[in-house]
Design a protein around this ligand. Structure first.
Ligand SMILES: [Zn+2]
Length: 264
């Protein structure tokens, strides 16, 4: 089974506008799908992906409810596992986590750059503890964002200091802990109770360097992610196949680990 743990799509009525803005912001002017659910589903099918985890992000407090309504609506779509999002400045953030849980959402995406917080800020701790108590999976955008200026809001070092607030609930540091942040990931996250995804690593991470990190961290905590529409699943699947893992490890990274995490 192949599970892409890191994808994006938008509601049909805003997809075209959102993609135009994000293309200009990131410089990725030839994305692999058009930003719609239909576009993602077609790409998923083309590349042989069984499930795509769709990471939704509330980029301001006003959007929180509508972003999560979209996430909840995606639950009905075969092959899609939607994650919700809360905005740290929303007074309803904690209640919204309850609503997401009641609606069967399995995870939360937090993007410190787009949501304007530092991962180790004190205001975040009640949110982390609540997420932990509800047992959500949390995906953090980690390291620099191609469409966002410095400073980096989630470094591997800072993330390592807040993992304890999530208790036993799984935390994922996207982009292998941060694009080009591999030495810091090795120092502060390797071997810890945190998952790393391969999102947007195609062309950014050599298989040899990835393997060095996986040997320390454990292949049971690595997840295939493409960051579609910005990369295609087939690129990241092929990247994983070049890591030099055993057959069993490769299967785990391409889907087995995610299947376990998501209870699929
Ligand atoms: Zn992403």
């Amino acid at each position: 089974m192949i599970i892409d743990f890191h994808t994006h799509c938008f509601p049909d009525k805003i997809a075209a506008r959102a993609m135009e803005q994000l293309k200009l912001r990131s410089g990725i002017t030839m994305p692999f799908h058009d930003g719609s659910l239909d576009g993602l589903k077609k790409l998923q099918k083309r590349d042989g992906v069984d499930y795509s985890v769709v990471l939704n992000i509330a980029t301001n407090p006003r959007q929180q409810t509508s972003v999560n309504n979209f996430a909840i609506s995606l639950k009905a779509v075969e092959g899609i596992v939607p994650f919700g999002s809360v905005h740290p400045d929303s007074p309803e953030a904690l209640d919204e986590l309850d609503r997401l849980k009641e609606n069967g959402i399995k995870g939360i995406k937090l993007h410190p750059d787009y949501q304007g917080f530092f991962v180790d800020e004190e205001k975040m701790l009640p949110i982390y503890e609540k997420i932990g108590s509800l047992g959500f999976i949390t995906v953090f955008h980690s390291g620099f964002d191609i469409g966002y200026p410095e400073p980096i809001h989630c470094t591997p070092k800072a993330l390592s200091t807040v993992l304890k607030y999530f208790g036993d609930a799984p935390v994922v540091a996207a982009h292998f802990g941060g694009l080009c942040a591999r030495p810091e990931t090795l120092e502060y996250l390797a071997g810890k109770n945190v998952y790393l995804d391969t999102a947007y690593c195609y062309g950014m991470l050599t298989p040899g360097k990835a393997k060095e990190l996986i040997d320390v961290h454990g292949a049971d905590k690595i997840l295939l992610g493409s960051d579609a529409p910005w990369n295609s699943p087939e690129q990241d699947i092929e990247l994983v196949r070049c890591f030099g893992l055993t057959e069993e490890q490769e299967k785990a990274v391409l889907g087995g680990n995610a299947q376990r995490l998501l209870n699929l």
